[in-house]
Design a protein. Sequence first.
Length: 82
Amino acid sequence: MEGFGLGLFLGFIGNGVGVTFNGIGFVFTSIGIFFCVVNDFFSSVNSLFCGLNDFFFSLNSLFCVVNDFFSSVNSLFCGLND
């Protein structure tokens, strides 16, 4: 009967240790899920800024073309003026 009591006592200790490590694992899992969500958020923000960058690059190219056009018109009027 003493062996049974000792086994029961050690079983409770082992169970407590297991529950403790299970809790620690749950905490780290929750932290991992949190960082995964944060990573997805910043990935979306990064994609947004990439899209904005492409848009402004295209806009810049458009203004370059418009600038070249008006520069040519300006040269034409300069030639006519001379």
